[in-house]
Design a protein around this ligand. Structure first.
Ligand SMILES: [Zn+2]
Length: 266
């Protein structure tokens, strides 16, 4: 079985201490490809560096809505240079009305130009959205979009929005975090995602799995903070297979086709 992580942050400084071990575990688990998402100007070079060393990585660059306050005046030129420097996707970008103090207008003024550049270059985009689903749909309807499609990572919108979003080209990725007991609404929504638009992600080192599901545990050696190990991808596949009542090997081959439709050119 070949596995595909639609969204992680393997370049994160939090994972640096365990990267050789993590890559060995990813090989053991059969992780064929993964999209590694930069979130701010200062981490884009680390994404490039890691992708150069590990061909299974698809580099992706974006200015995340949580990081818009740190942007420099020439962030958009830097972003464009990154896209030109290496074959890459766009993300993580998006809209977030959950984070305290986030300015929706500033977020949108950063999101839209990145979306437009992805559309001009026909690059797949990974989108983060929290509590801004109505506005996100409007923005997606009002702007040019990449023909190849886009990913709604950790999709937490409603069941009713799946269809209009899918019509615009959306894929929907399920994180292990939705296996927690309290995430019943999100799990139910995923039972209605069209199978040809379903993807799976770890979002590692974020979005911990419930302890009874995590097959790999990881702890920051300095702070003791629990981290999500990227090799938990297999555990997420097995959870989703049970959720949608499908044998895991069938799920894996469907996800492989979906992943390659969206990200296969890299
Ligand atoms: Zn992420």
């Amino acid at each position: 079985m070949r596995l595909y992580d639609a969204h992680n942050h393997l370049h994160s400084a939090e994972l640096r201490f365990c990267l050789p071990e993590a890559f060995a575990a990813l090989d053991r688990e059969g992780v064929a490809r993964m999209v590694v998402n930069g979130t701010c100007e200062s981490d884009w070079p680390q994404v490039v560096e890691l992708a150069r060393k590990h061909p299974q990585i698809i580099p992706s660059f974006g200015l995340h809505p949580w990081r818009v306050v740190d942007r420099s005046v020439d962030w958009l030129e830097k972003f464009e240079r990154c896209l030109a420097s290496v074959p890459s996707a766009v993300g993580e970008i998006g809209l977030d009305r959950w984070i305290p103090g986030g300015d929706p207008d500033v977020q949108e003024s950063v999101f839209v130009p990145q979306l437009r550049m992805a559309a001009e270059r026909d690059l797949p985009v990974s989108i983060h959205c929290l509590k801004a689903w109505g506005r996100l749909l409007e923005v997606l309807q009002q702007n040019p979009l990449p023909r190849c499609g886009f990913l709604l990572h950790s999709y937490g919108g409603s069941r009713e929005m799946i269809e209009p979003l899918a019509r615009l080209g959306a894929y929907f990725s399920f994180p292990g975090y939705f296996a927690w007991e309290r995430k019943g609404r999100q799990r139910e929504v995923f039972r209605h995602v069209p199978t040809e638009r379903l993807l799976i992600e770890t979002d590692a080192p974020d979005q911990l799995l419930p302890p009874e599901l995590a097959e790999y545990s990881l702890e920051d050696p300095n702070s003791g903070k629990a981290l999500n190990h990227p090799a938990n991808l297999g555990a997420v596949y097995r959870f989703v297979a049970r959720l949608i009542e499908k044998p895991v090997d069938l799920l894996a081959s469907q996800v492989e086709q979906n992943f390659n439709r969206l990200f296969g050119r890299f």
